[in-house]
Write a protein that binds this ligand. Structure first.
Ligand code: GLU
Length: 295
């Protein structure tokens, strides 16, 4: 495990405008970094061109700026870091910890889509690269908010992809290489990614890099206790009116609303937020009482 100095990050994929769910991760990770007098970095995770929307990265950065959330170091773009991913995958291949795989999705149906051994019906011109997940790969980690999380990665996930057959680096490899290379000691992100963490820990172990501390922010629930509807969670935030959104996110992070009452500008609000932030008030789940988007 890593210790201080605290380095955190927010790492959006440029697949569209930032929405309430992603802004919760941005604001939450920023608050925790500021509370720890640490650094906070922005990384654009543009490794998946088929899913990307032109102009989305610039728009996301403009939204973060409108919300007063500024990176402490130059923004990194995964599209410019392929050499690092290549070097890591070459190392894993050379050590026999990763392998080329020609299996298609259809080839894996007999293994319920979980790769445990190759069953390719034909050779691909450009095979994928997978991490070999050995039998008994039981990963357990202690999430700072969600508590202990365990996963049998061999059984539940199988040998997972590092380089896709379409030539794109997989999120799992890119995020692990970058978190290590940028010396990120604290990963704070949405609860939707908690299932990826055991894979990332196995990959860190295979690469011989440290495992950061993890905190997965609250899952947003509606007033009835149901997972916040996709349409609400995916609602783009209005960058021209940051104050109501920041107040909404503050409440979703379990913080006392009155702390921000007097703030009239973004700068004031963030100042009050850092001074009044209480990590102990974060909950595993957050019920959005109003059940509605920020006014
Ligand atoms: N790029 C990922 C996403 O937007 C987040 C990666 C992470 O925080 O680890 O969902």
């Amino acid at each position: 495990m890593l210790s201080l100095p605290y380095r955190g990050r927010f790492a959006p994929s440029p697949t569209g405008p930032l929405h309430l769910g992603s802004m919760l991760a941005a604001f939450g990770s920023w608050l925790l970094a500021r509370h720890a007098h640490g650094r906070w970095l922005i990384r654009i995770e543009d490794v998946d061109p088929p899913r990307e929307v032109p102009g989305a990265a610039e728009q996301q950065l403009a939204t973060l700026a409108a919300f007063g959330l500024h990176t402490d170091e130059p923004v990194q773009y995964q599209s410019q870091r392929h050499a690092l991913y290549h070097a890591a995958s070459e190392r894993l291949l050379a050590q026999g910890k990763a392998f080329h795989c020609h299996c298609s999705r259809a080839d894996l149906t007999s293994q319920h889509g979980i790769h445990r051994h190759c069953a390719a019906s034909q050779q691909r011109e450009h095979p994928a690269i997978r991490l070999r997940v050995t039998d008994g790969s039981h990963v357990i980690f202690n999430d700072a908010l969600q508590g202990p999380i365990a996963q049998d990665v061999d059984r539940d996930v199988g040998d997972f992809v590092l380089l896709r057959a379409d030539g794109c680096w997989a999120y799992q490899l890119a995020v692990v290489v970058d978190d290590a290379e940028q010396r990120i000691g604290h990963v704070v992100r949405g609860a939707d990614l908690v299932d990826s963490t055991p894979r990332q820990i196995l990959l860190q172990q295979a690469l011989g890099v440290p495992t950061p501390h993890y905190l997965h922010l609250p899952l947003l629930l509606d007033a009835d206790g149901h997972k916040l509807s996709k349409s609400l969670a995916a609602m783009p935030v209005d960058a021209s009116a940051p104050l109501p959104v920041l107040r909404w996110l503050w409440a979703a992070l379990g913080q006392a609303p009155a702390t921000l009452d007097a703030a009239a500008t973004v700068a004031e609000l963030l100042q009050h937020a850092v001074a009044g932030f209480e990590p102990g008030r974060l909950q595993k789940e957050s019920r959005i009482v109003a059940g509605s988007p920020p006014a």
